[in-house]
Design a protein around this ligand. Structure first.
Ligand code: VG1
Ligand code: CO
Length: 544
């Protein structure tokens, strides 16, 4: 019998969050847990999988290889015609998105917990992307969840998966399993969008950068593109080998977790440019000499300068940002005379806007930026566009940022995360906050007056669907804003995210310490939400 049918117990906790199903590794190691979720995805795809192409790959973390092999055997058992797998089971999230689109696949199974730590005690994740290359929309993830909570049997090929380290085609049941170079397609796509010769010329003239791949999946991509095709000196890319536990680090590209890169860029004689990416390669961090570039600013700067890159020479149709992202990009859109959309957190909400041609560029405050070339955020893409802008303007990255502030004003911005808060306490905080929203306008806190307060609901302009309760927005009359929401990607307790911003038009006030400028907004936010009273936390666990 070439297909084995196995009895399983349903798992009611298999509900995908902001970005797929994310849990601690031991949860995925429960008998049948992985298979149950994979079968639920395959069942939701249903008959459309017959003879169709499916993409499989992940960020190389602990369990990646094993789950990739299981997914291959189950996809074959479900009737897939062709299964495209990155060599070694590797595919960065943006490369998986690009591959799904280029191959005409029905979708893809992406194995990653993104920026969360990996290893036996770390996190693992499984995400389903649809034929447009983007994360499955809400109705699909809900269908997967319902299926997972009811499933009693899964099907898997008896035969082992082919060797996923060897490039080439192998037959498994009715399927052709094609193991491919995970880098080549993405590198070729980048070359169509970005001015490689201009950047190569800049490196040849002595421009220096540091790219920290954080021992995650972007290493091979960055090596091949930045050192290989663009000719940056060997050693430009550090921590370039993907490790199952990311070397014990947190592969989250922010000033706290990319401390080595920050130290180098803030030190004496820094390189001309610094960048990092996360576990699965969809996030980016940009560091200029002596200056961390806030992701919200980076998005605005990319929007203002995108026309300098060949792929965007025609200009932008529109832009979008997630609701908690600062309003810096809105100012650019206004200047360009193009629409700017505000969406809930999570890349899936950009898909309809991109698919319908309403926007070309989009991003999130959490270090994600991307464009219509894929349906995920793309870390390396953002870094390459930055290099393109530097090459085209001949300006250093920090000068580009200061010029931008001088022209548009500066949106001081910070995010305060309260991690591993008791789930019930976090829910109670949000409920109490929502309940008092109508009473807030007109009240003053820490010298700021509330001008408006609401719970963000998103009406998708393409399909008309409405997604309610996406986070509380408090707008102050002093051109400041505080946003509150609970994370949908954490795996322990709840994470309360508080997003803080304040606009400063005066260029003479653009070089002040961020937390000082935001101090009244921070104080007002804490008072309004009663953060300490609800959570027992006087201070956040992480400030970015
Ligand atoms: C976080 C970020 C969000 C991002 C998501 C997935 O979600 O805030 O902007 O889209 O992670 O990013 P949350 O619900 O924890 O705030 V990735 O790089 O993980 O796939
Ligand atoms: Co990620």
């Amino acid at each position: 019998m070439p297909i084995r049918q196995v009895t399983t117990t349903p798992f009611a906790d298999q509900r995908p969050g902001t970005s797929g199903l994310r849990k601690k590794v031991p949860v995925f190691q429960q008998p049948h847990y992985v298979e149950n979720f994979l079968q639920s995805i395959l069942d939701v795809v249903g008959d459309r999988l017959r003879g169709a192409t499916l993409v499989i790959g992940g960020d190389g973390r602990y369990l990646n290889r094993q789950v990739a092999e299981t997914a291959i055997r189950m996809a074959a058992a479900a009737g897939a015609g062709r299964i495209l797998v990155g060599q070694g089971g590797l595919l960065s999230t943006p490369a998986a998105s690009a591959l799904i689109r280029a191959s005409g696949a029905i979708g893809g199974i992406v194995l990653s917990a993104s920026h969360n730590p990996g290893g036996p005690d770390g996190d693992f994740g499984i995400k389903f992307n649809t034929a447009n290359g983007g994360p499955a929309p809400e109705e699909v993830t809900e269908a997967i969840h319902r299926r997972a909570a009811a499933l009693t049997e899964y099907r898997i090929a008896e035969e082992a998966a082919p060797d996923i380290d060897a490039i080439g085609d192998t037959r498994l049941l009715e399927a052709t399993v094609s193991v491919i170079d995970p880098v080549a397609g993405h590198a070729a796509l980048m070359e169509t969008l970005v001015d490689f010769p201009a950047i190569a010329g800049m490196f040849a003239r002595g421009f220096r950068m540091r790219f920290d791949a954080m021992s995650a999946v972007t290493g091979p991509y960055a090596k091949a593109i930045i050192e290989g095709r663009l000719g940056a000196p060997a050693g430009t890319v550090v921590n370039a080998t993907p490790l199952p536990d990311f070397g014990g680090h947190h592969p989250d590209p922010n000033p706290v977790h990319a401390a080595d890169l920050m130290a180098e860029m803030m030190g004496d004689a820094p390189p001309d440019f610094g960048a990092a990416s996360d576990g699965d390669g969809d996030r980016n961090m940009i560091v200029a000499p002596g200056m961390f570039v806030t992701p919200s600013d980076s998005l605005a700067i990319l929007a203002a300068h995108a026309h300098r890159a060949p792929g965007y020479a025609q200009g932008l149709a529109g832009v979008a940002r997630s609701m908690p992202t600062s309003r810096a990009v809105d100012r650019v859109a206004k200047r360009l005379g193009i629409p700017c959309y505000e969406t809930p957190t999570g890349w899936k909400f950009f898909a309809n806007l991109l698919d319908s041609g309403r926007i070309t560029l989009c991003g999130e405050e959490s270090a994600g930026t991307g464009s219509n070339h894929v349906r995920e955020k793309d870390g390396l893409w953002a870094v390459l566009i930055w290099l393109n802008i530097i090459a085209a303007t001949g300006r250093r990255a920090d000068a580009i940022v200061r010029d931008h502030w001088a022209e548009f004003g500066r949106d001081y911005y910070s995010r305060h995360d309260y991690e591993e808060v008791d789930s019930d306490a976090a829910k109670a905080l949000m409920a109490a906050l929502r309940a008092k929203l109508p009473t807030l306008p007109g009240q003053s806190f820490a010298g700021l007056t509330v001008a408006a307060a609401d719970d963000f609901a998103y009406a998708d302009p393409v399909d008309g669907s409405v997604t309610p309760a996406q986070g509380v927005r408090i707008l102050f009359a002093e051109d400041a804003r505080a946003v509150f929401r609970l994370s949908g990607t954490g795996t322990v307790g709840a994470t309360l995210r508080v997003y803080l911003e304040r606009f400063e038009p005066d260029a003479a006030r653009h070089a002040l310490p961020v937390q000082d400028v935001l101090a009244p907004v921070i104080a007002a936010a804490r008072a309004i939400a009663g953060i300490e009273a609800h959570t027992g936390r006087a201070e956040p666990s992480i400030i970015t």
